[in-house]
Design a protein around this ligand. Structure first.
Ligand code: BDP
Length: 688
């Protein structure tokens, strides 16, 4: 198995009684006058059932008096669709048929995939009764793909989009990409990097993007573009890109019209502005709101949206980067056009293995805030380390902001239930994930990283699903149905993120690296900006370790509600996973675990690395239950992961030891190599 089919494998069901029971209920597929989207649902059911049942299932126009089949019905109102939102679905058994009802064709498509998932995971079908509504309206992938074919922070090959062949040649893979996304309910895709090339806005490239949009449309997926804010200057030849300049505004209005000539249902713009060197409205003394509203005005005649990123921080040596987005954006609350959504990364810094939730969530009640997660493993060991991300996503989504009292979780801020974004006219709710897909045959490099794409999509649809349920479902659809193996793999996935954190950034450490974000460099202290060094984040000195964000330090804690602050402000009671995020802790201080900080750190680094051995042993146990090629692929990656976990462990403990000046505690043995050895190996890795 080369992994290409992802979780849509549709292999023949070997359990004959079950297969027979399913076949009895799937003797035909009925759909009236299929639109392109409904036709996708029908085709997918046909393909899926043919594979699972080993026989072709005919499609009929109307069920009439026939029974024993699957009936797709779309109606804007009526008892069948009561309680459904626009994209929701209901699956029930009625008059001996399985009826999939929805208000829209997209809802029926999601229902079709849900029914297939139900069968793929071996659920009983006789009394099937499923109702599901997406909790968030825009469920989107963000591709950081460049027109030259490379992917920023991509670890699974080059871009999926063959720009030089488009629009004449349309790779069939685009359709499989759309199928996979639609199976999860993903309904939007930003096809290019947030560090955007203006080239995507040229007529030549818009035609290419339109060809992709044509493939994605029958799967309910809209295309969005990241835009380069200074395009009026670079592309339009204007003297300025000032958002209040009438010519600039006209340029964008014309551009938006042009885009719609190619892509009538264009989704909208994603904008990274005045961030990490990208141009933006502040270049002209204007605000983020001025910039976003100018694009919203250009978009006014259409349904498209402007998604404006809040990922900003300035090169100020005295500032705490943690506070930057909150400081810049909260004063603008209420100033954004209703067509604007502000997209906020899950944490205040930058997709670290574990971060507290961003204090922006809940603190802009008049502005819809979308959440951005990173699926690609930029800070999670690239495609070699196995890190299942659902627990990371869930940890943030379930965190309580207390903005409207207890229970104001990040998820409820994002889905609109705290501040009622849903009622605010055309505004939307949004969950975005930075894609981990690439041109590798298996899409994600590490076969197990497919689970992260899957988990993101499932949580964007329903953030109340558990990490465990998603892992179990994905494993059964993708790897094996053998119960013991499913249990083992699910357990391995669920533990993998904490294991990574333990050997990489335990107790609230963060960002121990430079440019490529892989090799350990906690000693890194030299960069054009202080906040691009490692020492800026961990603040190790002879006294202790960690970033003081209490009132004696940067007081970033003041950006949270008192209830949240109270959880973290006292170093005696701050949960250990967040300790060094908020406190500079003496090396010798006893922690709640009973160990001193130094001993606790060593314990984490050593047990974290040892746990990768456990992952290898667990994986070895499932050999007979999974495909041999896939088994070997993952085994090799786990071997590398172990080697690199030791590398991380040694780099950190040897470096921190120069401050803590204490021995490695028993029962752990001191590393075989010296700090100089590790530094040299990092230089070699980074080709320095
Ligand atoms: C950082 C990445 C950088 C991205 C940036 C962003 O290292 O490549 O451009 O995030 O999200 O984590 O804009």
């Amino acid at each position: 198995d080369d992994g290409y089919r992802l979780w849509l494998k549709y292999d023949l069901i070997n359990d004959i009684p079950r297969r027979t029971a399913y076949a009895r209920s799937a003797q035909f597929i009925a759909a009236n006058k299929p639109s392109p989207v409904l036709q996708s649902a029908v085709t997918e059911l046909q393909t899926g059932l043919q594979g699972l049942l080993g026989k072709a299932v005919p499609v009929v126009a109307q069920s009439g008096s026939r029974t024993g089949g699957i009936v797709l019905t779309v109606a804007p109102s009526g008892a069948d669709v009561q309680g459904l939102n626009d994209e929701g679905y209901r699956i029930v058994r009625r008059q001996n048929n399985i009826v999939i009802s929805a208000k829209t064709d997209a809802g029926a498509l999601y229902g079709a995939f849900a029914l297939l998932r139900h069968l793929q995971t071996g659920q009983p079908i006789d009394q099937v009764s499923l109702t599901s509504n997406p909790k968030v309206k825009l469920r989107m992938l963000n591709h950081w793909d460049n027109p030259n074919g490379a992917i920023e922070r991509g670890y699974a090959g080059g871009t999926l989009w063959k720009w030089y062949e488009l629009p004449e040649t349309v790779d069939p893979r685009y359709r499989d990409y759309a199928r996979a996304n639609a199976s999860l309910g993903i309904n939007g895709t930003v096809v290019n990097n947030v560090n955007a090339s203006p080239r995507l806005l040229t007529g030549e490239y818009l035609q290419k993007v339109a060809a992709l949009a044509n493939v994605f449309r029958p799967y309910g997926i809209k295309v969005y573009l990241s835009v380069y804010f200074a395009a009026p200057k670079t592309l339009g030849g204007l003297k300025t890109s000032d958002p209040l300049d009438p010519q600039v505004r006209q340029w964008w209005a014309d551009k938006v019209n042009e885009i719609h000539r190619y892509i009538p249902d264009f989704g909208g713009f994603l904008v990274k502005a005045n961030s990490e060197g990208e141009p933006g409205p502040q270049d002209y003394g204007r605000t983020h709101a001025d910039g976003a509203n100018m694009l919203a005005a250009a978009m006014k005649p259409y349904s498209g949206l402007v998604i404006w990123r809040a990922f900003v921080y300035k090169a100020d040596p005295k500032a705490d980067r943690f506070k930057a987005a909150h400081e810049e954006f909260t004063p603008l609350d209420g100033q954004f056009d209703p067509k604007v959504i502000v997209q906020v990364k899950n944490g205040p810094i930058d997709f670290q293995p574990r971060e507290p939730f961003s204090p922006l969530f809940g603190n802009m009640p008049k502005t819809p805030l979308g959440i951005e997660f990173q699926i690609t493993q930029e800070y999670l060991g690239f495609a070699t380390h196995t890190v299942y991300e659902a627990p990371l996503f869930k940890e943030c989504l379930e965190a309580d902001t207390y903005v409207n009292g207890k229970g104001s979780t990040v998820a409820k801020v994002v889905d609109g239930s705290v501040h009622g974004y849903r009622n605010a006219g055309p505004t939307q709710t949004l969950m975005a994930g930075v894609a981990n897909t690439g041109s590798d045959r298996n899409w994600t490099g590490n076969p197990l990283a497919q689970a992260n794409w899957y988990a993101f999509g499932r949580l964007a649809w329903d953030h109340t699903l558990s990490s465990d349920a998603i892992a179990n479902e994905w494993t059964r659809m993708t790897l094996t149905s053998e119960p013991q193996a499913v249990k083992r793999i699910t357990n391995l996935l669920l533990k993998s993120r904490d294991i990574y954190v333990d050997y990489n950034t335990p107790l609230g450490l963060s960002r121990p690296w430079t440019g490529v974000h892989f090799a350990p460099e906690p000693w890194q202290n030299n960069s054009s900006r202080p906040d691009w060094t490692a020492v800026y984040y961990h603040r190790a000195d002879s006294v202790g370790l960690g970033f003081d964000r209490t009132p004696t330090g940067s007081n970033a804690l003041a950006q949270y509600r008192p209830e949240v602050r109270r959880q973290w402000e006292n170093p005696e009671t701050c949960p250990l996973p967040y300790l060094l995020w908020f406190h500079h802790v003496p090396w010798t201080k006893p922690l709640s675990s009973g160990r001193t900080l130094w001993n606790e750190l060593c314990t984490r680094f050593y047990t974290g690395a040892d746990s990768v051995q456990w992952m290898r042993r667990e994986w070895a146990q499932v050999k007979s239950a999974v495909d041999p090629a896939l088994f070997a692929d993952v085994s090799g990656r786990l071997d590398t992961q172990y080697k690199e976990a030791l590398w991380w462990r040694d780099a950190w403990v040897l470096y921190l030891q120069t401050f803590a000046r204490q021995p490695i505690p028993a029962p752990f043995k001191k590393p075989d190599r010296t700090l100089t050895d590790v530094k040299k190996s990092v230089d070699i890795y980074l080709l320095r």
